[in-house]
Structures are given as structure tokens and as C-alpha cells.
Design a protein. Structure first.
Length: 417
């Protein structure tokens, strides 16, 4: 099954993937394979169809994440029966599609039998299909259109094609991010990158809420990446961003931000604050404090304030939270702000409930949207990084690591589900 599908995938247009996956899956005793991808906002799962799909397609084209078995499989990265108690010698399963630890969707697969070996084969099939999808989505308008349920702005088009995946994990860190309004984002961007033992984290908030803000945020992120890859330290990266913004906008536009580096060998966090909200550290499932650091001026203003590199020693299990003001300042007309306390309480409460971090953040941004009656006036972005410990080799599977932060570093793998 896997060898034939892999060999065929190199010259396969993505529209043929569902029918070819079903064809090759028969070698392992599986029936029709249906591929569902999560939309940009992670609210629904959309069926991937192709030119050779049967006219009597038995599956729904769109499945909600909330209140469905498929949604639960997606939220918790679990293999779940699609038709509980169906019997009759035919089993159907929802199987998570994971790119590393990023949840990209689900498979729905029919099988003639049940058992641990069957589920292992299902997960292997899902892993290969996920890799094929990721290899093709950068050049596929079909996939890009499939995961949109409403029109996307030009600024959002730029941002989503620039940002890293929203989830990453290895044996040392678990990282997750969310950004709303998903189809209308403009000036917010987040960034993380792995450099040997170092994890680089950044969040930027550009002035304004239009396409110009998107261009400004894109320039800031590009300048940051370039300076970092040329060997600049944290202060040097901030100065490189400022220089690029001044050259392009002559002090008419600015970007606030946090630039940070975590040394996974020691847990030492270093960061620079350029006119932004300070980072938060959550320790032992309680809010400890904002990390104090003298802020420099927003990048692009050239106000002459010094940039200070600050340091904090983390403990294994600590979670660093970077965010923009759209998270805390969301409000209903005439009502109070969502607020920093409500924000941190939400993260802590859902962590205690055993939810994987990506799912916690998905629910957080939906809570922020609901608090603002579904219409944000500003981008709302949060980037969360947990330092698990110094070990490079993960003691967990990808599915375990997706929910590792909900289990804690000492909890046996798999119990988070």
C-alpha cells in the first residue's frame, strides 16, 4: 500500500490523490479513503474531491469541528470510529492527518477488521497522505481554495503564505500559534525557527489594519529572518528591522514586537522588547508574571531609545506566551475588554482540562471572536512555546506531542487523550 502510493505520488496531481489512495489502500484491506482538510479558521473539515470521484459520493462535503465525532478526532488527534457500533463486518475510522504535529485534517477509511495492527496501518497511511498533501499544497490552488470558506483579503493572502506552520514539536519544545481574523489579517505576524539547540521566537504587530500594514509586517519578518540567518544577535535583528522600515517608509510606519531566543540545553530565555506587550510565563499551571524588560521604541520610529536584551531562567514545563493587543483588547460594543486576566485564565483552565495546546489556542481565538460578536477590529495573535526539557530525542509519537503540553512532561505518553 505505502510503497505503491509513494511511487505514484511523485507525478500525481493532487486531484487524483483520493482515488489513488483508495486504490492502493485495498492492498491492506481498506476500502474507500476520503480526505478531509481543516479550513483556515479550523472550524470545519472540507472533503477533497477530484475528477474521478464517484457520482454517488457517500460522504458529506463539509463536516463541522464542533459537536461531531470527526471534530473530536481532529481536536484530540485520536483515531475514532466514524460509525460507532456499526458492526456487520465493516469498520469505518476517522484518522488524524498530521504534518509533524500540525493538524491538517482527517482521513475517513473503511476497513474489514479491527485491532491494533489495523490502527497502526491506518496511521501509517495517514502519515504518508499528509506528507503528499504538504509537498503539493505550495503549488496547488485547488488545495488553497478548498480550505477557504469565505473570501480572503490580499494582506491575509500574503501573511499565510509567509508564516511557518501553526504547530511544531520535538523532544525539547512544543510550539503552537493562532491568528485571527483568519481571512482578514493584516499587520500581525509570528515566527519561530529551530537552529540546533536554539529556538527563535518572534511576534510583530504592524501599525494599521489594511494591506499596507500587511506589507509592513511582511517586511519586518523578512528583515528579521535575513538578519538572524546572517548571524545577528537579538538587538541586531531589531535594528535590522528598524533600518528596513525606515528605508522603505521614512518613519511613517512602525512595528512593535518581541524577539526571543530559547536555549533548549539550559532553559535560558533571552528577549528584546520593542514597544510591545511583555511576554508571559505560565509555570505549574498558574500565571506567574509578565517578564519585565525595559522596552525600546517601536521599530521604524527611530526615537533613540536603547534596546536591552533581558534574560529569564525557565524550568521544564514552563510555557512562554507572546501575544498582540487584539487578544486582550477585544470587546463587545460598550463592554469591558477581554483582558489579560481572562486571557491567561483561559489558557490555564483549558490546560488543566487536558486539551492539547493547538486545540486550546483554537478555542481561545474563537472565544475572543465570540467576545467581539464575531468581528475583530484588530488582529489577535498568540504564540505559545513550552520548554519540555533539554532532550533532543522525543520519547513520544507525533500524536502524543500534539497533546504533550496538556499532559505535562512527566505524564506517560497517550494519557492526554
Amino acid at each position: 500500500m505505502l510503497a505503491e502510493l509513494l511511487a505514484a505520488s511523485h507525478l500525481m496531481p493532487v486531484e487524483l490523490l483520493p482515488v489513488k489512495a483508495s486504490e492502493f489502500a485495498r492492498a491492506a484491506g481498506f476500502h474507500q479513503v476520503a480526505i478531509y482538510l481543516a479550513d483556515v479558521q479550523r472550524s470545519v473539515l472540507c472533503l477533497l474531491t477530484g475528477d474521478e470521484e464517484p457520482a454517488d459520493q457517500p460522504y458529506e462535503a463539509v463536516v463541522p469541528v464542533e459537536g461531531t465525532v470527526a471534530g473530536r478526532a481532529y481536536q484530540y488527534s485520536d483515531v475514532l470510529p466514524a460509525v460507532p457500533g456499526a458492526g456487520g463486518g465493516l469498520f469505518e475510522w476517522w484518522v488524524p492527518l498530521l504534518d509533524g504535529t500540525e493538524r491538517i485534517g482527517l482521513l475517513r477509511v473503511g476497513a474489514e477488521r479491527d485491532g491494533p495492527d489495523v490502527r497502526g496501518d491506518l496511521e501509517a497511511l495517514a502519515g504518508l497522505i499528509a506528507l503528499i498533501l504538504v509537498s503539493k499544497r505550495g503549488t496547488s490552488d485547488a488545495l488553497a481554495k478548498l480550505v477557504r470558506v469565505e473570501p480572503m483579503s490580499v494582506a491575509a493572502e500574503m501573511q499565510w503564505n509567509l508564516l511557518p506552520p501553526r504547530t511544531y514539536a520535538d523532544g525539547r519544545v512544543a510550539i503552537s500559534a493562532s491568528l485571527e481574523p483568519a481571512y482578514q489579517i493584516s499587520g500581525d505576524v509570528f515566527e519561530y525557527a529551530v537552529d540546533g539547540p536554539l529556538i527563535h521566537l518572534s511576534i510583530f504587530d504592524a501599525m494599521g489594519h489594511d494591506t499596507a500594514a500587511g506589507l509592513c509586517g511582511t517586511l519586518a519578518l523578512g528583515a528579521c529572518r535575513n538578519a538572524r540567518r546572517e548571524g545577528a544577535d537579538l538587538v541586531g535583528r531589531a535594528e535590522a528591522i528598524e533600518a528596513a522600515l525606515i528605508e522603505q517608509y521614512d518613519r511613517r510606519r512602525y512595528v512593535t514586537g518581541i524577539l526571543a531566543t530559547l536555549d533548549t540545553r539550559t532553559g535560558l530565555l533571552r528577549w528584546v522588547n520593542r514597544g510591545h506587550h511583555p511576554p508571559i510565563v505560565i509555570r505549574d499551571n498558574r500565571w506567574t508574571t509578565n517578564l519585565a524588560c525595559p522596552p525600546g521604541h517601536p521599530m521604524g520610529t527611530d526615537l533613540g531609545l536603547p534596546s536591552t536584551e533581558c534574560r529569564e531562567q525557565l524550568q521544564p514545563g514552563d510555557r512562554i506566551v507572546l501575544y498582540t493587543d487584539g487578544i486582550t483588547e477585544a470587546r463587545r460594543p460598550g463592554g469591558p475588554e477581554f483582558g489579560l486576566e481572562r486571557f491567561t485564565d483561559f489558557l490555564i483552565r483549558h490546560h488543566a482540562d487536558g486539551l492539547p495546546v493547538p486545540e486550546t489556542l483554537r478555542r481561545l481565538v474563537h472565544a475572543v471572536l465570540d467576545y467581539h460578536d464575531g468581528h475583530l477590529q484588530d488582529d489577535a495573535t498568540v504564540l505559545l512555546c513550552e520548554w519540555i526539557g533539554p532532550e533532543l530525542e522525543p520519547a513520544h509519537t507525533a500524536a502524543d506531542l500534539t497533546g504533550l503540553s496538556s499532559q505535562g512532561p512527566d505524564t506517560p505518553a497517550g494519557t492526554g487523550s
